[in-house]
Write a protein that binds this ligand. Sequence first.
Ligand SMILES: [Zn+2]
Length: 319
Amino acid sequence: MACSPRLHKLQPRTWAWTLCLIIALTSPAFAQPLAGAAADDEVIRSLCRKVGRKLNSVSYSECLRAGLKPTGAVSVKGGPIVARDFLPPSGVTPRARVLLIGGIHGDEFSSVSVVFKWIAKLAKNRSNEFHFRIAPLVNPDGLLRKRSQRMNANGVDLNRNFPCPEWFRSTQDYWVRRTSRNPRRYPGPAPLSEPESRWLVNEIFSFDPQVIISVHAPFSVVDFDGPNQPPDRLGSLYLKLLGTYPGSLGRYAGTRLSTPVLTIEFKSAGIMPSAAEQRNIWRDLIHWLGKYTEEAQITAASAAVEEDEEAVEIGGGGG
Ligand SMILES: [Zn+2]
C-alpha cells in the first residue's frame, strides 16, 4: 500500500481526486438554497423528533441540545445531514482537524447514540484542543425508516460507495463473488452515486481533516487505515487491523488519500456501551489524538528536511 508519511496530502494527484471534486461539488446535494435560521431550527426539530422516537438512548431534548446544524446536504429522501463544530477556547490553535462520524450504517444504533453522548461531553469541555467536526448520523434514511437498515434509501452500502481507481472492477467483482450479491453490501451503480457519500467526500476536501473517526458496531475492535501509529486500544476495544474493502472509507481516505481513518466498532449495535466504557473510549481517543498529531507533525517535518537536503544536493551537483 502506498501510504504517504505526510500528515495529509493537500493536492489532488489522481483521477480519483478529480472525479471526487467534480461529482461532489456539482452534486445537487450541495445546491440546496441557503435556509434561514428559523428554517434551520425547524429542520433540526423535525429531525430530533424522529431521532427521539427511534433511539432509546437519545431523547428529543438531548438531540436538540446537541446544537447540530444542517450542512445543506441531504440524503436520498431529503433527510438533512447535520453536523456541529467544536473548537478550542479562543486564541488557542487547534492541534488538528478531526472529522467524527456516526451511523454511516443505519442499523448500528449505538454508533449514533454514543456520538451524541460525546457531543454532550465536548459541549461541557472547556479545554478541548482539537477542531472537531461531528456528524452523528450520516445515513438518516437508513436509521429513521420504520425498520432501520444498514444501507441508504437506494439500498446502497455507503461504506462501499467511495471512489478508488479500481472501483468498477474490484468493488462490483467483490460484491458478486465474495458476498454473493449480499444486498447489505451492495456498493451502488457507480462510485459516489449516493448523496451521503458525496457529502462525506466533500467534507474530506473542504474541511481537510487530519484524522477521520468513523463509529460502527458490532465487531468490538478498533481498526485503522492510513499512515503512522494507530492506538493499541480504546477502552476495552483492542486494535485489530482488518484490512480494507473495495469502495470503503478506509480504502479511499486511509489508503488512497493517506488521511488516517480510525474505525471504532462497539460490541453491540443495539445495546449501548456502559457510561464508564463510553468515557474510557473517549479518554483514550483524546490521548491518542494528541500523540498521533505530534508524531504526524514530526514525520512531516523530517520529510520536509529530507526534501530540502535532497534539493540542496541536486542544486550542488548541478552547479
Ligand atoms: Zn458498520
